[in-house]
Design a protein around this ligand. Sequence first.
Ligand SMILES: *Cc1c(COP(=O)(O)O)cnc(C)c1O
Length: 373
Amino acid sequence: MEMAAGARLTIDLRALRANWRMLAEKSAPARTAGVVKANGYGLGLENVVPALHAEGCRDFFVALASEGVEARRLAPDARIFVLNGYFAGSASLYADAGLIPVIGSRTGIEAWHHERGDETAPFALHVDTGMNRIGMTPREAIAYANEMRSGGVPRPCLVLTHIACGDSPESPRNGQQRESFQTVRTAFEGVESSLANSAGIFLGPDFHCDLTRPGIAIYGGQAVNGLANPMRPVVTLEARICAIRHVTAGAAVSYGATHVLGRDTKIATCAVGYADGYPRSVSGSGVALRDAVAQGACGFAAGRRVPLIGRVTMDLVMFDITDCEAGALQEGDFIELFGPNIPIDEVARSAGTIGYELLTGLSRRYHRLIVKD
Ligand SMILES: *Cc1c(COP(=O)(O)O)cnc(C)c1O
């Protein structure tokens, strides 16, 4: 399979572990969890969970119970939180795998305990301090806490909130959300609390509370806009060259003939396309986004950047390798699409999206190489 694959995806678990360790050191004395939703941001729970566990991570966040069941197999002694909460009728799934739902409403908490037949079944409480996505309002949460203190309602094992603008450190909303959450924490005195995602860790100790919840930074992605990314790249995608051709100036490349060659050009056609999660919107020309974001994506080959030309197709993409040294690239060689030389966030910008979406959209067609110690 390896020799026949159109592309290889290298996942460096040493870099992943180093990234988590760096985030844990930055978070201390708060504990640090690992957010592994969406199959470990596309990298495979079976790769990510054991690596983080070996580094000392004992708190994991997934989005769905099915992901939690798989994570449980890989981390028998960890706490596993299910961020999307709990759907009626699935209590036994949570009970069997020892999953902790993150619940954001009083009715949700009641249903959870009713279905479990156990008022002590653990749950985390989601408080919405500004996303308007999921969770109790701070006012509802404080009312709940008041009742809890008089023994009227069950105590959560964790209260958490999520910040909307952590990637923009200058946003006043970060401080507003922190202050709003502080009133909630005070009401829930004695209950563990959690506020920071990856970006929140970089906002400083005021945002760390008891438990931090990094995701993207573990996987090498950029958490904070406008700063150099301090994380080590974890994922490298390389596409195989399946054809090299010389095309004369004036000819056009790919669907729609949107890229007309300005010079005689050596073109490398690679076996990756939008069906592999390499988005059509990174095309060098012929997509609406090229008016807004000037640059299409680049690859990296033979020691230099090579521009993507024309539209990305379903299974193939073309790069201009004219400026590479003669003979440096052969059919069967690889061109890096992102990795140490081309940051994934740069490709994401060309596509009008974020690294998160590229990672979670990586296809199953790649040959996956896992680098362990
Ligand atoms: C996804 C998610 C995280 C992790 O966010 P990153 O930006 O990837 O660090 C943390 N908390 C919640 C509630 C999330 O949904």
